[in-house]
Design a protein. Structure first.
Lengths: 205, 205
DNA sequence: TCATTGAACAATTCGTTGATTGTTCACGAA
DNA sequence: TTCGTGAACAATCAACGAATTGTTCAATGA
């Protein structure tokens, strides 16, 4: 059993080495196999397809961000500040990563196209942290009551879509993105301080 | 002079007919020219390139939306309601259009790729209307004071990016998009009722 | 002078062919 | 059984000449 996960890990490591160096398209299964001293066919006993290797690779990257997020959520900042840092960390992390190696961007692009559900998993994971921050904010009074924090988290993600894989759908520089993200957060965080009821009253008046 | 604009219009009409029927890629300059009873070379006295024809086509489409927006802004709804309708109209308009003819989506994709500044022009135009709505809201008291309504408009656009050319970067259905847009608007419109100062206080407390 | 053409040029696309690569699977070794 | 191989197959990619198409421009006629 441990043997099996070891081999799997070995394949993943070899694949990541190559992909980060030569890119996903220019890395072949037989090359990965050769690096591991096995045949290409044998890889398929550990990964169903080449795409699954890319997915595992992306998962590994996300785990780093997730543990950073977990630490942030655990910390003792106030909820609005946590929310800000959360989004800025995400922006900086992905921007730096994708800016440094164009290879990772290639993987991100392919995954977004071929595995649309994978991105949803990521978002769902991220929402776990967002919900915790929202709940903290409600408890400490910095956010108004909301019936469904998970829904609110989804909406926050929708509003900050533009900053998720920035170089995939905009050609803004990091400072430009930071300025916009700050602006969007200013408005949305302000919105979270307003109780829904009072908003409905406002619209109905 | 009128002669010149007439010919230009004739070319554009012929081009749109063909592009809507066969798509941008499958429409050739000489076909357009033949439809107008002229040579391909002559088109270049009216359009600098084939891309410029696509741009003119997109501009024509946008004019329709713009006049709808102008009418909305002119109307006598309250600002928050105008803001909601503004975004929903944009969503419905582009969704319906791009959903009906895949040909228009092709043009949108090409334009987004080859003419990134064109999209910015569109956004700037849209902001003119957003600013008017924001100012109305400030006057009638439904929005808090803001020093720079144009900046706020930019941020609103950033937060609603996801809903602009929906089928270009998400595969959500219209009901799903509507649900999300409503949620995002609920939060951002609530945010606009909060004065910036009180927000700063909130964060500093 | 001005509008228009059509031949010429350059860039892009297309279609075909051969090679590469992802994936499967019957078989063998430990 | 479990782990692995390597040949076989199908899908994809690369290459490259041919054809198409976007664009320019000297020549023509109004």
């Amino acid at each position: 059993m441990n043997d099996k996960t070891d081999t799997r890990q070995q394949i993943l490591d070899a694949a990541m080495d190559r992909i980060l160096h030569y890119g996903y398209g220019k890395t072949t299964m037989s090359e990965i196999a050769r690096d591991c001293g096995m045949s290409a066919g044998n890889i398929y006993r550990f990964f169903a397809s080449k795409l699954d290797i890319a997915e595992a690779m992306a998962r590994k990257y996300n785990m780093e961000i997730n543990s950073a997020n977990a630490a942030l959520v655990r910390g003792n900042l106030e909820a609005p500040e946590k929310m800000r840092q959360f989004h800025f960390i995400a922006l900086h992390e992905t921007f730096a990563k994708l800016d440094k190696d164009a290879k990772i961007l290639e993987v991100a692009e392919i995954l977004a196209r071929e595995r649309p559900t994978f991105a949803n998993e990521e978002l769902a994971q991220e929402r776990v942290y967002l919900v915790q921050i929202l709940k903290q904010g409600m408890k400490e009074g910095s956010f108004a009551h909301m019936e469904n924090p998970n829904f609110t988290a989804e909406m926050l993600q929708a509003a900050t879509m533009k900053f998720r894989y920035p170089q995939l759908w905009s050609r803004l520089t990091l400072p430009e993105l930071e300025r916009e993200l700050k602006g969007v957060l200013d408005i949305t965080l302000a919105g979270l301080t307003v109780p829904v009821k009072s908003l409905e009253k406002l619209n109905a008046e």
